[in-house]
Design a protein around this ligand. Sequence first.
Ligand code: ZN
Length: 323
Amino acid sequence: MTANMEHIDVLVSEVGPRDGLQMTKRVMATAAKQAWISAEAAAGVREIEVGSFVPATVLPQMADTAEVVAHALRIEGLTVAALVPNYVGAERAIAAGVHKITIPVSASETHSLRNVNRTHEQMLREVRRIAERIRALPPHRRPGFEAGLSTAFGCTLEGPVPQDRVVALAEALLEAGCDEVGLSDTTGYANPRQVRSLTLAVWRAVGQSKLSGIHLHNTRGLGLANVLAAVDLGLTTVDASLGGLGGCPFAPGASGNVVTEDLVFMLESMGLRTGIDLDALCRVREILKQELPDEPLYGMTPQAGLPKGFSPAALAQTGGSEA
Ligand code: ZN
């Protein structure tokens, strides 16, 4: 999809500094966030969602996002992404100079009202304003603009979310001016068959080029199974969080996002290139252990170690990707 896909098969997008940290009890120091981002980039991670531009009164963990962005922008080859809840957040993200803006739009209107106090119509208006703002910038300063279809696989308030509604919302968001949409299993309800059918339904409506990424949680242990369904189908960007940081307040013992280390292990051992050095990636956990001693870190691969004879995809003689 992007220039950052050069020589890789799957773009692993690290969202820990945003999705993970917004759930932690302790506020991580700015310097620690910056060290974390640098270390992951050095391990080969090419895209990181480094924070969100929400009011500090709402999420004190994200008060320093502009400073974190400034640091991340100095790392060569790294796509610096940020999440914004609305137009004001997008203004701040643009001023900070991010490469990519993601706005979550809940497929469940009840969830949208509860979380951001906005209906779908109001969210679409916000998206239109942001798209206009971006178009007014000189071409080299325009960030990519994605709408994340949150609760696309089900909602804690509404329960099942009809596929048609997700598809209609995707169409409306693209018409409102987003570059692309992403599917987001905010609640950890998704299963592999659903990943397949919803992805295909959205592709049929808007075209494959408008949906390349998926955001999955491991709340019920299906995170990697869902990734496999997505990647087999041809989705090329997968979100993940180092150490599964963040957890789920409703499911103690369950990691938050898909664990980056386990995801990279799965992809690389399947012969799919991520560009990430797994040993170096696992060492980045030390930063989290030190800075967030109270947070549980998840991930089976870092605990078990790499299998004897494990060979990363880029070096593997056999089992290369046929996709
Ligand atoms: Zn999430």
